[in-house]
Every structure is written in C-alpha cells, then in structure tokens.
Design a protein around this ligand. Structure first.
Ligand SMILES: C=C(CC[C@@H](C)[C@H]1CC[C@H]2C3=CC[C@H]4[C@H](C)[C@@H](O)CC[C@]4(C)[C@H]3CC[C@]12C)C(C)C
Ligand SMILES: C[S@@+](CC[C@H](N)C(=O)[O-])C[C@H]1O[C@@H](n2cnc3c(N)ncnc32)[C@H](O)[C@@H]1O
Length: 357
C-alpha cells in the first residue's frame, strides 16, 4: 500500500471512530453522547460491582428481601441505566402508542399531554410528578398546561440531570425537582391540585403505600392519573413462556413484581379514591407501543459495539457492557410481552380524592 492509500485509510478510520464515539447521540435528542456514558452517582470503579449487586436481588428468595430494600435497589438500577436511556431513547423514560405519520418524539409528547389534560388543571396550578426521571414528561406538561410541576425521584443523579435540562429548556421557573422517596414524600397534606405518575409506581413494592401517599398530598376534589405497568387478562401463570417473559421484564426493569391489571382499581378504591376512569391505552384502536423497540434492534447492536469499544478503551466504566446487554435482552422481553398482549405499560387509571364533608 503506498503512503497516500495508507493515509486515506487511516483518515477514514479516524473519522469513523470519531463519528461512532463522539457524534453518535440519542435517537431522540442529542442530549447524551456515547463518550459521556457513566454509572450515574456510582464511582466509575464500582459500576461492575453494583451491577452484580443489582442481580443478586433477583437471586435471593423473595421472603428474605424486605420491602425496605426496594427503593435502594431501584436507585442503583437508575444509576446504572439513566445515561444509556437518555442516549438511546431520549429524556422521557416511558412508552407511548405509535401514531401513523407521527415521529416517536411526537407520540411521546401526545401521551404526556394526555395525562395532564385528564387532570384538567389550570395555568398556575401545583401538580406533582411522582417518579419524574430526568423530567421529559415534566417539561412537556409544564409547557402544555402552564402548571407548576414538582417532580420527585429517588435517584439523585436524575435530579441533577432534570435540573440541567429544565434550565436549558428555559422551564426552570415552572419545574422543580426534589430527591426523595414517593413512599414517604416531603410534602404537606392536601398541597397539590393534581398528581400524575408515568410508568413509575410499578417500582413500589406495595402499590397501596404509594397510592396512600399520593392521596395524602392531593387536595380534596382533585385528580390523580397514572399509567401503570400490568399483566393483562391474557396472561396465564400456568404458561411457562408467559412466565419467562414477565420474569424477564421484572429483572431488566427493577420491578419487585408486576401487578395484575385488576389490582390497580382495587388498590385505588382501598386507599379512598373514587375511580373516574380506567382504560388500557395499549388496546386497539391504539397502534402498538412496542414497534419502536422492535425497529431499534439494529441500532442496539450498533450501540453494543460502541459501548464495548468505549469500555475497552477505559472511557465507559467497566460493567457498562453488562448493563447494555441486560437492556438488549429486556427490550426483547418487553416487545414479546406487548406482541402477545400479556403485558401493558399504559394501563391508565384516573382517580378523584373525594371532597371533605
Ligand atoms: C418504565 C420503565 C422504562 C421503560 C423504557 C423507557 C425502557 C425499557 C427498556 C429500555 C431500553 C431497552 C434497550 C436499550 C438499547 C439496548 C440501548 O442501545 C439504547 C437504550 C434502550 C433502547 C433502552 C431505552 C429505555 C427503555 C426502552 C421501567 C424501568 C419501569
Ligand atoms: C421509568 S422511570 C419514569 C420516569 C418518568 N415518569 C418518565 O416517564 O420519564 C421511573 C421513575 O420512578 C422513580 N422512582 C422509582 N421508585 C421511586 C421511589 N420509591 N421514590 C421516588 N421515585 C421513584 C425512578 O427514580 C424513576 O425516575
């Protein structure tokens, strides 16, 4: 090979590597770059151990796990996955029904706006986002409704990311983020004009505990809407394939145990709510929410190569490859659960706290 060909080849490799590692950003918004992947608040050298610790939760028999461990284990999970989610999905950590002719980003926004429209709050109202992630929904909802949104998340790394995004979006006057446990919230009784939770309460070991807490902080007469992760009426616990899919979803998404769709209504009633409406938003005429996961398959393998190279170069923490591999598998279980109709991530329940007598 003459020197010109050698130079051209070397330049091509260098440009491709630069593109792969530095430019390649999130499919949705160039919010996170591959070179910035971290283990959240976990020190780089501890990421691999924390990943092993995460898995040990599922190896131990359920009886020896106390429910008090769950928020800690959820916090570890979000330290491990938050950057990868932002990089490969965007700032909203949830699914939405696909709408023909609309981009993933538009479908996400429509699903979020639907939640606050159901609450019927006015500009200036104080609304709680229980389990707010890095605040994708919070910003869309604040911009759409003019309400003041207070988000709570157990994960400190997400709090910092959300505050940064709020500032960048010029929405920090409408959006506030608090680090805390939604099972024991640092808010006064009857202090919110509305509450929503998007694919977050599934992390609570007992749904009753988080619904009771939401009921406490909501003003009498005000509404709460939730998009819940559930197994549907098509789930058959005697079918080994169904069980494997549901266990796969639980392991890859830090869930202490998926609930049956019928449990949601029961719990809402038990804590005192009036149930105004309940509907699985995944059901027809909605188009499948899981096609986005299936369409991304090639991108996941490309991402896996990027993560492997970055980890090998010492740029991404050791353990990132394991976390990414877990997510590739999880995407497959989620898509199977959707395709078989045995799982829904958007079982919607709209509840009212009764007026005081
Ligand atoms: C509500 C929850 C999270 C739901 C989704 C936002 C995430 C569930 C699975 C995640 C992903 C799977 C595959 C990843 C892919 C391998 C990677 O290259 C890029 C990111 C993924 C697409 C990632 C993105 C977020 C999810 C879709 C749970 C936790 C209750
Ligand atoms: C899948 S993410 C969804 C985030 C956000 N609702 C969205 O749609 O982008 C679940 C969120 O619930 C939060 N969460 C889980 N358990 C929690 C707890 N006990 N207290 C507070 N937040 C919690 C996680 O930290 C995370 O932010």
């Amino acid at each position: 090979m003459d020197s010109l060909a050698l130079f051209a080849t070397a330049s091509l490799i260098a440009v491709s590597l630069y593109w792969f590692v530095c430019i390649l950003g999130s499919a949705e918004q160039k919010g996170k770059r591959a070179v910035e992947l971290s283990g959240g608040s976990i020190a780089k050298e501890n990421v691999q151990d924390k990943y092993k610790q995460y898995w040990s939760f599922f190896r131990r028999p359920k009886e020896i796990e106390t429910t008090e461990n769950v928020p800690d284990f959820v916090d570890t999970f979000y330290n491990l996955v938050t950057d990868i989610y932002e990089w490969g999905w965007g700032q909203s950590f949830h699914f939405s029904p696909s709408i023909p002719g609309k981009s993933d980003r538009e479908c996400t926004r429509i699903h979020e706006e639907r939640a606050v429209d159901l609450l019927g709050v006015k500009p200036g109202a104080r609304v709680l986002d229980a389990g707010c992630g890095v605040g994708g929904p919070m910003r869309a909802i604040a911009a759409h409704s003019g309400a003041n949104i207070v988000g709570i998340t157990i994960n400190e790394y997400q709090v910092n990311r959300a505050r940064l995004h709020n500032k960048k979006a010029g929405l920090d006057s409408l959006c506030e983020v608090v680090c805390g446990n939604f099972l024991e919230m640092p808010f006064d009784d009857n202090s919110f004009d509305g509450v929503y939770s998007i694919e977050a309460t599934c992390h609570a070991p007992k749904l009753e505990e988080v619904y009771r807490e939401i009921y406490r902080v909501l003003k009498p007469g005000s509404l709460y809407v939730s998009y819940e992760w559930v197994t549907t009426e098509l789930f058959n616990s005697d079918d080994p394939e169904h069980v494997e899919i549901i266990h796969g979803i639980e392991r890859g998404d830090a869930l202490p145990g998926l609930r049956k769709y019928s449990d949601i209504f029961q719990v809402a009633k038990k804590v005192g709510f009036e149930v105004v409406d309940e509907k699985d938003l995944a059901k027809p005429p909605s188009n499948p929410w899981w096609t986005r996961l299936q369409m991304g398959k090639i991108a996941y393998w490309r991402n896996h190569i990027v993560v492997t190279v970055l980890s090998w170069l010492g740029i991404a923490p050791k353990g990132t490859v394991d976390v990414h591999k877990m997510l590739v598998e999880t995407a497959d279980y989620l898509a199977k659960g959707g395709d078989k109709g045995i799982f829904s991530p958007m079982h919607m329940i709209l509840c009212r706290k009764p007026e005081e007598n």
